[in-house]
Design a protein around this ligand. Structure first.
Ligand code: IPM
Ligand code: MG
Length: 369
């Protein structure tokens, strides 16, 4: 196979800072593991808007379609709050997801032992937690038509978004959840609001169809999404894989992320259909946002972005052993007490910088050889 290609879109806020550490990890793999990547970089979000007046140019979109994987940092920031909706930084991210057809968004929430004390929940509730949220990413209320803000004859205005799902959209994301479950705890919980939404009724019926016809060996349960949110904080370890729609997935994954102690820890993979070379269309990004409050201060935790690269090794480059190596290196530095500011518990302590966290992880990688 040719040298695998990566497109880095560091984006806004802390995106470039955390991505800087990922670039060092990529270089390490080239130097020490003989794994070369063909890396290119481009702009997305506010950075692209500043340079080109659009949060994602057609050229960048075309590049993203061609590479083996896109690594994204973060988009958005207060400087762009008043922009027209159509050119907001987030539109760049949503265009990538939609045009690459990245329908399956994997958001693992794993609690590292060393951090179990930092969760806002009691230690025994989160220690050893390892769940995977599979969020549908290319449909539902994020993209449904009609949408917009309309003037009504009586002088009022009306804001409209449409929640819609088709059979095939539900079935394909359900399949990816069942496939993942088979490699994990073999359980899927599907979340929707079938009690109040027709799209939720269809969701439940289609997930059940896929289960009965293709994955009867996997344990399936259904839950209303509001109850799901409550169960996530009550007893999260009851879950293995959760599959849900775009909007509920957005909310539930932030909730699950916080169980692990910090949003600075959570990676994600967004996967689509296989390309000609057999690899899935893919984009990897940390779940945290651009964190404008700490931008440029060297304080950001690069772990979510680094673990996103580990997911790239696992899901795009089929190298579970190297993904394990990188995840273990992260686990090791946390066990040794390395803490960026977001990881300091109530007792405080002195945090290390973004670069120092990168240094520690590189040292742990060296030690793993
Ligand atoms: C996420 C983010 C995005 C979303 C924003 C930045 C558009 O919150 O990836 O969870 O709502 O999907
Ligand atoms: Mg979100």
């Amino acid at each position: 196979m040719n040298t695998p290609s990566l497109l880095i879109l560091a984006g806004d806020g802390i995106g470039p800072e955390v991505m800087g550490e990922v670039k060092r990890i990529i270089t390490w793999y080239g130097d020490k593991r003989d794994m070369e990547f063909d890396v290119s970089e481009d702009l997305v979000g506010g950075a692209a808007y500043d340079a080109h007046g659009t949060p994602l140019t057609d050229e960048t979109m075309a590049k993203a379609q061609e590479v083996d994987a896109v690594l994204l940092g973060a988009v958005g920031g207060p400087a762009y709050d008043d922009l027209d909706f159509s050119v907001k930084p987030e539109r760049g991210l949503l265009r990538l997801r939609k045009e690459m057809d990245l329908f399956s968004n994997l958001r693992p929430a794993q609690c590292f032992d060393a951090l179990a004390d930092f969760s806002s929940l009691k230690q025994d509730i989160v220690a050893g937690l390892d769940i995977m949220i599979v969020r549908e990413l290319t449909s539902g209320s994020y993209f449904g038509e009609p949408r917009g803000i309309f003037d009504l004859p009586n002088g009022e205005r009306e804001g409209i978004n449409t929640q819609r799902y088709t059979t095939s959209e539900i079935r394909r994301v359900a399949r990816s959840a069942f496939e993942l479950a088979r490699k994990r705890g073999n359980k899927v919980c599907s979340m929707e609001k079938a009690n109040v939404m027709e799209s939720g009724i269809l969701w439940r019926e289609e997930v059940t169809w896929v289960h009965e016809n293709e994955y009867p060996d996997v344990e399936l349960s259904h839950m209303y999404a509001d109850n799901g949110a409550m169960q996530l904080v009550r007893w999260p370890k009851q879950f293995d894989v959760i599959v849900t729609d775009n909007l509920f997935g957005d909310i539930l994954s932030d909730c699950a992320a916080m169980l692990t102690g910090s949003l600075g820890m959570l990676p994600s993979a967004s996967l689509g259909l296989p390309m000609e070379n057999g690899r899935p269309k893919a984009m990897y990004e940390p779940v945290h946002g651009s964190a404008p409050d700490i931008t440029g201060q060297g304080k950001a935790n690069p772990i979510a972005c680094i673990l996103s690269f580990a997911m790239a090794l696992r899901y795009s480059f089929n190298d579970g052993a190297e993904a394990d190596r990188l995840e273990k290196a992260v686990e090791k530095v946390l066990a040794d007490g390395a803490r960026t500011a977001d990881l300091l518990g109530p007792e405080g302590g002195s945090p290390i910088s973004t670069t120092e966290m990168g240094d520690a992880i590189l040292a742990a990688l060296d030690a793993s050889l």
